[in-house]
Design a protein. Structure first.
Lengths: 32, 514
């Protein structure tokens, strides 16, 4: 895997994990 | 009759995410990404998510909740609520019932293959198929297209179809909170657990053949993620990325409208829509991108993986993956998990496709839930038969083409224009933020009003300009299949006409009752 492949994968994963975590925590906080 | 409601907020988010997470997340996405520029594909993919996917998600959640406030769970009534002065707009809403039924009648058959294959994986029925050709022959015989030592007729496939069909109808029969919501609450966590187990297994395969150290899972990830910058200049890649966003989010079908109609007026839609989209993206990019391509690469190398990717999503799921699973320890169990994972993803999607039709009968004809489910079951059971028995004649592909490639984009364009231009952006923005837990950036006022509708109309225009002639004259269909494809088209037109007539009757009933 080339370095630019790693960069694309990590950035994409971070964006999605960030969005997922943000929405999940907001919802769980609202539930409480 | 009291209107059904979701019992919890997490329940509705899981149901919408379950609707969106389907076979496409695990099969279509990796194939599309690998064959359209690898990592570079993610640039148009994220652009399409931001400019079309998320806006449509918010539009559908908002229209759905708004329409639900008037007692409508389906698009004809919702469109009428948005544009009361127009007598014809409700007929455009028919697409929001027609599309999901058409997808349901072939999708459920494919879903049943997954149930069959998960059983075959456990009992080792396909273990003697060790080449791509023999595994493809196994699938064809299962589908009833040929006969061989494994299957002499379509009986086993029909048996699994019946189980899958009864399962789906039973869930619908149980209703929104006791059926759909309950199933999704359990199914989605199981799906995520199976996917994580499979990813750990695949990524720890390393290089399975010591003679070929380059055939390893890290290079498999590279096959998917190494960017091909030149692909960004290709319009085809941008269209492929936009198409993938459409398919994956379940937008433009009408199911989100129906699910959101069971919310109350003060329930949030902005954060819920974003949550369902992000759960789907998690399942697609992180889970879906880390199973099939790295596994196929580790066993078949770069040339094999390229060939597999070009063979399409079904080849990858039903031919390559069973071969891969046979090559690893406890392959029967991992094979079962793979097919069961896809089956679960399929069930949570197909029940959402069934719901608009059932809700239409309940709302507009005052059918009880049970009666509506029975009518839906009988009608769709009959409609499923051509897709099953004329599979080799192009019927299934034809149903897929009109429902997904055409209805989806037309319907999305209509609802985007209705929402932003007819209902009005000011009212739409206010409605979107009623009960909202987040503030959507104001740039989305501009995006929803201008970018999303223009984007959809351009995609529709380009498709029409390029393909309408070849579609009409059935240019790419073999002459022996043309009568079947023509019959399918006539059947679809008639079915649309029947639904439009039902809408007309429903409105006449309403008028009489005042």
């Amino acid at each position: 895997m080339r370095p630019d492949g790693w960069i694309f994968m990590i950035i994409s994963w971070l964006i999605i994990i960030g969005l997922f975590t943000f929405t999940l925590t907001r919802i769980l906080r609202q539930k409480k | 009759m009291a209107r059904q409601r979701w019992s919890s907020r997490l329940g509705v988010i899981l149901a919408v995410a379950g609707s969106a997470i389907g076979l496409g997340n695990f099969l279509r996405f990796p194939v599309q990404a690998a064959s359209n520029g690898g990592g570079a594909f993610m640039i148009p993919y994220f652009v399409a998510l931001l400019l079309v996917g998320l806006p449509l998600m918010w539009i559908e959640w908002t229209i759905g909740r708004f329409g639900g406030g008037f007692g409508h769970s389906t698009a004809p009534g919702m469109f009428h609520s948005l544009w009361e002065k127009n007598k014809f707009i409700k007929y455009f809403g028919v697409i929001g019932i027609f599309g999901p039924i058409v997808i349901f009648i072939y999708y459920i058959y494919i879903e049943s293959w997954l149930l069959g294959y998960s059983v075959f994986a456990i009992i080792g029925k396909y273990n003697s198929c060790t080449t791509e050709q023999s595994m493809a022959a196994f699938l064809q015989a299962y589908q009833g297209l040929t006969k061989n030592e494994f299957f002499s007729n379509i009986g086993p496939a029909y048996f699994f179809f019946l189980i899958t069909f009864i399962l789906n109808v039973s869930i619908i029969y149980m209703g929104i909170s006791k059926g759909i919501e309950k199933v999704c609450e359990y199914a989605l966590p199981v799906l995520f657990i199976f996917a994580v187990i499979l990813i750990v297994r695949v990524l720890t395969l390393g290089a399975p053949d010591p003679q070929k150290p380059d055939y390893n899972t890290v290079n498999g990830l590279g096959f998917l993620w190494n960017p091909d910058w030149s692909s960004l200049k290709s319009a085809k890649v941008w269209l492929a990325a936009t198409g993938q966003i459409f398919f994956t989010l379940s937008c433009g079908i009408g199911v989100i409208l129906t699910y959101a109609s069971y919310l109350t007026k003060q329930d949030d839609v902005a954060l819920s829509g974003l949550s369902a989209a992000s759960a789907n993206e998690f399942a697609e990019v992180i889970l879906g991108g880390s199973i099939v391509i790295p596994a196929a690469f580790a066993f078949f190398g770069p040339a094999g993986a390229a060939k597999i990717a070009s063979g399409g999503a079904f080849n990858l799921g039903f031919v390559t993956m069973p071969l891969v699973m046979q090559k690893i320890a406890f392959g029967n169990i991992f094979g079962f998990m793979w097919f069961m994972l896809l089956f679960i993803a399929g069930v949570t999607s197909s029940i959402s496709l069934a719901q608009p039709a059932v809700a239409f009968l309940e709302d507009e004809f005052n059918f009880s839930r049970k009666k509506a489910s029975w009518v839906f079951a009988v009608v769709t059971f009959v409609l499923c038969q051509p897709a099953i028995f004329f599979l080799g004649r192009g019927v299934l592909d034809e149903l897929d083409f009109w429902s997904v490639n055409v209805c989806l984009i037309v319907f999305a364009a209509i609802e985007a224009i209705l929402f932003a231009w007819v209902f009005g952006m000011e009212k739409a923005w206010t409605e979107l933020h009623v009960g909202s837990d987040i503030k959507i950036p104001r740039i989305y006022r501009f995006i929803i009003k201008y970018i999303t509708p223009v984007f959809l109309l351009v995609v529709l225009g380009v498709w029409f300009w390029q393909d309408w002639r070849s579609v009409i004259i059935m240019k790419n269909i073999s002459p022996e299949n043309r009568p079947y494809v023509l019959a399918t088209r006539i059947g679809l037109v008639l079915f649309f006409g029947v639904l439009a007539l039902m809408v007309q009757r429903a409105w006449q009933r309403r008028k009489r009752k005042g």
